[in-house]
Design a protein. Structure first.
Length: 187
């Protein structure tokens, strides 16, 4: 990997709030992260091994179904901060950090600083050590896509299944109810 490739990976990872991570299983998923000591670090709930799902309160991003295992591989895609389009995609080696290690402590301190709206900020690290996985995605080679190496075919994918729904039409009587409230204020 050239110094330019390394700088491109680092800068896009630092400036982007989300990266799209594709493991050996399933489609890519947008995940929040931090860039720390030469790698992307992320925290999430669940694992790809049988057993109870971690983080029962579902307060962290899901990692289940991506196939991200210690020593495995992933593809990380970052977008351009200015234009919003894909800028770089690179192969990564997955390293799972174990709670209590120096590397886990350093990574989680960085992640804690970027974690927005944590319901338990005082005990966040204890919950992460008990219920979540902390992963490092280390660059493992030259980018497979970069400004001078983009694919010619469309890369769009259908949205993942979700219980979320789109907005439904407003009930027919709602505009009259809203206007009636305004008429009373004008008097």
């Amino acid at each position: 990997m050239t110094a330019l490739d390394q700088a491109l990976i680092e800068e896009t990872a630092k400036k982007s709030a989300l990266l799209w991570v594709r493991g050996p299983q399933g489609p890519a998923r947008a995940l929040w992260h931090v860039w720390h000591e030469g790698a992307v670090c992320l925290v999430g709930r669940g694992s790809d091994t049988p057993g109870p799902d971690a983080d029962p309160g579902r307060t962290e991003q899901p990692l289940v179904g991506l196939g991200l295992t210690d020593g495995g591989t992933a593809t990380v895609t970052a977008r351009s901060k200015d234009k919003g389009g894909r800028l770089v995609a690179w192969p990564a080696r997955v390293v799972e950090l174990r709670p209590g290690t120096e590397a886990w402590q350093a990574a989680t301190e960085e992640l804690k600083g970027k974690r927005l709206n944590a319901p338990d900020s005082g005990t966040l690290l204890e919950r992460w050590s008990r219920d979540c996985r902390v992963l490092r995605l280390e660059p493992a080679g030259a980018p497979v896509q970069a400004p001078d190496r983009m694919p010619d075919t469309p890369q769009a994918a259908p949205p993942l299944p979700s219980p979320a729904t789109t907005r439904r039409p407003a009930p027919a009587g709602l505009p009259k109810l809203l206007l009636r409230g305004r008429r009373g204020k004008r008097r």
